[in-house]
Design a binder for this molecule. Sequence first.
Ligand code: CP
Ligand code: NVA
Length: 319
Amino acid sequence: MTTLKHYLQFTDLTADEYAYLFERAALIKKKFKAYEKHHPLVDRTLAMIFEKASTRTRVSFEAGMYQLGGSVVHLTTGDSQLGRAEPIEDSAKVISRMTDLVMIRTYEQSKIERFAANSRVPVINGLTNEYHPCQILADIFTFIEHRGPKDGTGNLTDCLKGKTVAWVGDGNNMANTWLQAASLLGFKVHVSTPRGYEVDEKLAAGAHGISAGSYQFFSNPMEACQGADLVTTDVWTSMGYEAENEARKKAFADWCVDTEMMAAAQPDALFMHCLPAHRGEEVEADVIDGPQSVVWDEAENRMHVQKALMEYLLLGKLA
Ligand code: CP
Ligand code: NVA
């Protein structure tokens, strides 16, 4: 029996645990590519609860769980009692008696925390207004694949040490999670957001705190990109904020990642976007569809890292 561990924020795991997870994800991906069976979760069930839309999170968790030998139950607000005001605490008690693992995509972080506090099984954050840890897990794994040791040996997270990630855009769930990852894994984030859409440092610090030296704010997005090893952005309007769409379009007009910003970064800088993307808004087509973009690897890697995560939360470290 492993001790009950939830994955609600990026800082819920340690740097050592991440080093293990990335190694494991590489192995799991290799086996997948070789059509080799990897079934550690036979007879285990994942409940997926979606209160917001999804393509990647749904497909990666569902396909991933089947590939691990388990099965999934898919619930949404509209087709379950969650949408008819059953208390979260009651839902958590019931769902976690029948399944082995729960993934939730919802609005406030406090909702997933209440669920986890009443769950008998591990709970994974599949995106909240505040954080998106599974996405950053995939993004960092993707960085390691492109810029890490070619023979895949040693501590895979070492290649991140001293590197700079430029965040251009909204101070949202993705930005908060990048700050957590930087503090834990020893890299720096240059953040540039329009005025009024800044990162909330208290939120980014989250439950376990982050180091102030691991991030820096820039009012000019070009300056944030200067010398960066990775440039990344996200939609101007996250799910749940649609009423602000028009105001955001005006405020974010200068925060479109273009070829000029990429030219300010390192010559071999990568471009990432968690997707879905809006070409001509937060990123130019020439950048997202250009040679420095690794967005399709990033999307695929959601599945491989989450398989490693699900296995770890249920079975612990395996030899
Ligand atoms: N990046 C991401 O989480 O995508 P979905 O909203 O499609 O799940
Ligand atoms: N920040 C975006 C990410 C989508 C995957 C949102 O929350 O809608």
